[in-house]
Ligand binder design. Structure first.
Ligand code: THG
Length: 265
């Protein structure tokens, strides 16, 4: 499982406060701890007005690169900001995100073409989030056509099928799992990612929904997730599910992660 550490996000109140107060120790500490917990990328989202965003992102990138070696996941709603922020990174990371919307792909794919940068692609376009699996796959194929034009291999893309609220869904997560299965069938080397928390919006005891969702999504082929790696219950579940899916021979990774204290009894 490719873990994208979610905690350095300005939409989390404690992180917004740390950004406003320029609390460098807080940010370095969260970077280090997520890195030690096994994050493959650290998501950095400033969540400030666009005129300050690039400056805040540069400050965050410099801080995180001083604290650990884990590659950065540049998270901004603006493709222009993502394209600029890439220049501040010492090594290739992940861009969060493009979609079929507007000229996002035309702004981002030329920047990462011929590099080792990876990119998250959301299955939405100018018409919003498609209602049906078929329409989502249409958006997906349009994105893959562009990827081919820019010679970006599927292995550098993380498809985010866009997880909507369970309480408003008529079919649970069936549309999402069908989309994940089909995406993986068409491109076995591609990654499928997503945030675990949208699913439980407006429901009580959200952690149960989030955890059950991750297991079902992994069973469908999700192999990358934007989660809190400091949450040991979630980490235990991820390692356990990976082993149960036959992706961890002799449970070696599960045993090692337990020994390293990534989760407890
Ligand atoms: N897809 C893509 N990008 C995304 C999302 C997505 N970026 C933002 C978001 N969704 C994922 N990031 C977060 C960050 C923090 C939280 C939820 C989603 C959050 N964190 C709690 C906290 O830090 O207080 C802790 C949660 C826990 O303990 O598990 O709420 O869907 N492409």
């Amino acid at each position: 499982m490719i873990i994208i550490g979610e905690k350095l996000n300005g939409s989390i109140p404690s992180m917004a406060k740390a950004i406003a107060e320029k609390n460098e120790d807080y940010i370095r500490d969260l970077a280090k701890r997520q890195s030690e917990a096994g994050a493959a990328f650290l998501d950095l989202c400033a969540s400030v007005p666009e005129n300050e965003e690039l400056e805040v992102l540069k400050w965050l990138i410099d801080l995180v690169q001083g604290a650990c070696d884990t590659p950065i996941c540049v998270d901004s709603p603006s493709a222009a900001v993502c394209a600029e922020a890439v220049k501040f990174c010492r090594k290739p990371g992940l861009i969060n995100s493009v979609s079929g919307e507007g000229d996002k792909i035309e702004k981002i794919f030329p920047v990462i073409a011929g590099t080792k940068w990876e990119c998250i692609a959301l299955l939405s376009d100018d018409k919003g989030i498609p209602r049906t699996t078929e329409r989502r796959l249409e958006v997906f194929e349009n994105i893959m056509q562009k990827a081919e034009e820019y010679k970006i291999p599927a292995s550098r893309l993380h498809i985010d099928p866009l997880i909507e609220m369970l309480c408003a869904s008529e079919d649970g997560i069936e549309k999402v799992t069908n989309t994940i299965k089909e995406v993986k069938k068409r491109y076995p080397d591609i990654h499928v990612t997503g945030g675990a928390s949208n699913i439980s919006f407006n429901l009580p005891a959200r952690k149960y929904i989030n955890r059950a969702f991750i297991i079902l999504a992994m069973n469908a082929g999700m192999d990358s997730a934007i989660i809190d790696p400091l949450n040991k219950d979630m980490m235990g579940l991820l390692y356990a599910t990976t082993a149960l899916l036959g992706q961890d021979e002799f449970c070696i990774e599960y045993i090692n992660a337990f020994r390293e204290g990534l989760f407890g009894n």
